[in-house]
Design a protein. Structure first.
Length: 178
């Protein structure tokens, strides 16, 4: 059944269903990190951003996490990497990353209390599923490259290897040699 779903997703992606967003402004979002800090896409204006949509139960997602960790460690402030987790609880995501020795910057749906605090501060909090819908995510993993101006420069559906991530980063002017 999973193979059939994967095939159907690949057919949908190959039709260019996601391509309409490339070249347009990337949808903004306000989420929270594992540390409880606010993550706003708007705060990264002026810096290229990688948004990778993933989940702990997604085996192809798991396969690419090491490449994102390496790029995060090696590129420092040249690019912002945001790992948008799709709707899982912080304790699940934290334990998953800890078991694998990863310290990636993860964006999560705010808890009710966090969302109330964000609204009180004038922010409009999102949930990860609504962000995924605005980015037209129909399968995992999905990776989006946003340029310094906030424009969606490229996207990739499916798992990336190091060379694929380096190629995507090059579309926003970030050189990375894995």
């Amino acid at each position: 059944m999973r193979r059939l779903a994967a095939v159907l997703l690949l057919v949908a992606f190959s039709s260019g269903a996601l391509a309409q967003n490339v070249g347009g402004e990337a949808p903004v979002f306000t989420l929270v990190g594992l540390d409880g800090e606010t993550i706003r896409l708007a705060d990264y204006r002026g810096t290229p951003v990688v948004v990778n949509v993933w989940a702990t139960w997604c085996r192809p997602c798991e396969a690419e996490l090491a490449y994102f960790q390496r790029a995060t460690d090696e590129l420092n402030d040249a690019v912002a990497i945001v790992m948008l987790n799709l709707g899982e609880r912080p304790e699940v995501v934290g334990a998953f990353l800890e078991q694998r020795g990863l310290s990636l910057p993860v964006a999560l749906t705010p808890s009710r209390g966090q969302a109330a605090s964000l609204r009180a501060a004038g922010d409009a909090p999102d949930d990860s599923h609504s962000v995924a819908r605005r980015y037209h995510v129909y399968g995992l993993p999905s990776t989006f490259l946003i340029d310094r101006r906030g424009v969606l420069a490229a996207l990739h559906v499916g798992p990336l290897d190091a060379a694929g991530l380096a190629s995507l980063l090059a579309t926003v002017g970030v050189a990375w040699v894995p």
